[in-house]
Design a protein. Structure first.
Length: 296
């Protein structure tokens, strides 16, 4: 597994705070986001929402140096196109020299903290469209949970719509991650993962913003994916989630979903960064083959 010098990162943050904007300006960009129309992105924005668990380990992502090492291993594998993260994580990867020639997506709304009574208040507390454009990132991602019994959903929809418009005005990808969601109790919410609920979320998300020209959807892999993906012509990236079962079953599900024309790739974090056997490189290679196959 690749190792990141975390102590050096901290010292640079202390002594060279201007190194971050300078590194963004110097970052080498891809000529095109994808060479074959598909993307494999590594997700690293869970910690900013207080979501540190992987399977039965509640503190799996608590160590930032350990997480950075796993991210470095993943990003250096062939077929990995880029990363999705919050400013703190992306800037660590940037200073470590790991973002050249990568697609970089900034996570925008992390205010709906896991387990909070205000979890469905998905405020935009991280990246904004101006900063994404100024630093040369490739787009922004917004979690858009839709709870019909929660009045805060209206504000979330408005904020997501404004973000879609702002990103599109700058020619940047707006990655919308929608869920129909219900509150189970004061500190627990549940995303509805039946096909019809996902289809409903797709139609709501696709209509956000003044244009859909730069909108991509980030969708869960659920039953009846053929019918789910038939709900939109927008490009869809499939999310990996936190699989509980046999990884081979998960990979098979991803493969079947990726066979659909609108499935443009995967955005996966925990499933690849924390595989049951600990072999990050091998897990990432399987995902890369599913997304790109011989095109790698």
């Amino acid at each position: 597994m690749t190792t990141v010098d975390s102590a050096r990162l901290t010292m640079r943050r202390i002594t060279e705070p201007d190194a971050v904007p300078a590194a963004w300006a110097a970052r080498r960009h891809r000529r095109a986001p994808s060479h074959d129309g598909r993307l494999l992105l590594i997700a690293a924005d869970h910690p900013a929402r207080g979501a540190l668990a992987v399977r039965d380990d509640a503190r799996a992502m608590a160590s930032r140096p350990a997480l950075l090492d796993r991210l470095a291993t993943a990003l250096e594998r062939p077929g990995v196109d880029g990363v999705l993260g919050t400013p703190d994580v992306l800037e660590d990867l940037l200073l470590a020299g790991l973002l050249d020639d990568k697609v970089v997506i900034g996570s925008m709304n992390r205010g709906g903290l896991q387990g909070a009574v205000f979890e469905l208040d998905d405020r935009f507390t991280a990246y904004d469209a101006d900063t994404i454009a100024a630093h040369g990132l490739d787009g922004g991602k917004m979690l858009t949970r839709i709870a019909l019994d929660d009045p805060g959903t209206a504000q979330t929809l408005e904020a997501s719509g404004n973000a879609v418009t702002a990103l599109a005005q700058r020619g940047l990808m707006a990655m919308v991650e929608p869920f129909m969601t219900v509150r189970i109790d004061p500190t627990r919410v549940q995303n509805l993962l039946d096909p019809d609920s996902v289809i409903d979320s797709i139609h709501i998300a696709a209509g956000l913003g003044a244009t859909s020209a730069h909108t991509w959807l980030k969708l869960p892999v659920v039953d009846e994916m053929e019918r789910v993906l038939d709900a939109t012509t927008l490009p869809c990236l499939l999310l990996g989630g936190d699989p509980q079962g046999d990884p081979s079953d998960t990979y098979a599900e991803w493969g079947r979903a990726l066979a659909r024309p609108s499935a443009a790739g995967l955005v996966v974090g925990r499933a690849l960064l924390f595989p049951p056997d600990g072999d990050v490189a091998s897990a990432v290679d399987v995902a890369a083959d599913l997304v790109h196959g011989g095109a790698r």
